[in-house]
Design a protein around this ligand. Sequence first.
Ligand SMILES: Cc1cc2nc3c(=O)[nH]c(=O)nc-3n(C[C@H](O)[C@H](O)[C@H](O)COP(=O)(O)OP(=O)(O)OC[C@H]3O[C@@H](n4cnc5c(N)ncnc54)[C@H](O)[C@@H]3O)c2cc1C
Ligand SMILES: NC(=O)c1ccc[n+]([C@@H]2O[C@H](COP(=O)([O-])OP(=O)(O)OC[C@H]3O[C@@H](n4cnc5c(N)ncnc54)[C@H](OP(=O)(O)O)[C@@H]3O)[C@@H](O)[C@H]2O)c1
Length: 235
Amino acid sequence: MPEKIQRKRAVVVSNEPLASDIHELVLRPEAPDGEPFRAGQHLWIEIDPETRRPYSIASPPSRPREIELILNRVPHGPVSNYLANLRPGNRVVYSGPTGSFHVDVATPNDLLFVASGTGLAPLRSMILDLIERRVERRIDLVFGTRRRRDLIHPEEFRHLESHRANFRYHPCLSRFGDEDWSGHRGRVTAVLPQLFTDLRRTDAYICGRPEMVEDTIRVLLRLGIDRAACHREGG
Ligand SMILES: Cc1cc2nc3c(=O)[nH]c(=O)nc-3n(C[C@H](O)[C@H](O)[C@H](O)COP(=O)(O)OP(=O)(O)OC[C@H]3O[C@@H](n4cnc5c(N)ncnc54)[C@H](O)[C@@H]3O)c2cc1C
Ligand SMILES: NC(=O)c1ccc[n+]([C@@H]2O[C@H](COP(=O)([O-])OP(=O)(O)OC[C@H]3O[C@@H](n4cnc5c(N)ncnc54)[C@H](OP(=O)(O)O)[C@@H]3O)[C@@H](O)[C@H]2O)c1
């Protein structure tokens, strides 16, 4: 028998541009969830009973009443275009939170987060949660995007870096043009070997398009990481 979906409603608080072609949607659930979500989980947003898609929660569990999503518009994609056009006060139907992507707090290892594009969303929730909980493990975020204007929340991550000794932010641009950029150049897969030489005592969390995740895991394995320490959505 198919699993029954428990549908919920949320009101749109805001929907604002965050980077070029990327926007941040803030949702307030109409009824508080009994259980808080875990950093790394996602919601399923539905536009009709046959059409729903998963979206990672980008904000930390400490803010269950203002859930932030980081979204891009996919050409001709029904759900991403519906989300891009929402206005404050509109209502959305969703189910969840669900998903088993989460940080393993049982190991003492360093934590490496590698994201591209909107793949930053679940990793931002995890990082903000770890920092709020004052976890002392070393935390590195390697974030890949194309141009400077595509960076997502760069001020927030720079601020965290300057206030928390155990957090490092490594933005990487793959298609910079004339802009003034003294940071890392190239895809995350090219930058990772410049930043790390031995990842034997590191747990990695990776999110982005499937080819990026596969290529990143290949690079991390060459740098000594244990395959079981590479975590991605879906296992
Ligand atoms: C667990 C999980 C979490 C996700 N979280 C997020 C998130 O936080 N933010 C977010 O923006 N998206 C996220 N996605 C992607 C999201 O679920 C949808 O797939 C996406 O928004 C497209 O939906 P759509 O209905 O607009 O288009 P679809 O009908 O799904 O796709 C239309 C066409 O575009 C292609 N396509 C799908 N995605 C992309 C893309 N990114 N770039 C180019 N072409 C594409 C499809 O292959 C298809 O050919 C997540 C996906 C998964 C599996
Ligand atoms: N929980 C989840 O599973 C989840 C959550 C959120 C988003 N997502 C997914 O994440 C993806 C984000 O895609 P996006 O369109 O925003 O960004 P994108 O198109 O993947 O581009 C962002 C950056 O990734 C680089 N890149 C592309 N292929 C790569 C590869 N094989 N190895 C290393 N780097 C690579 C690009 O470099 P170039 O300039 O060289 O192309 C660019 O710098 C989407 O597919 C979305 O569905 C998943």
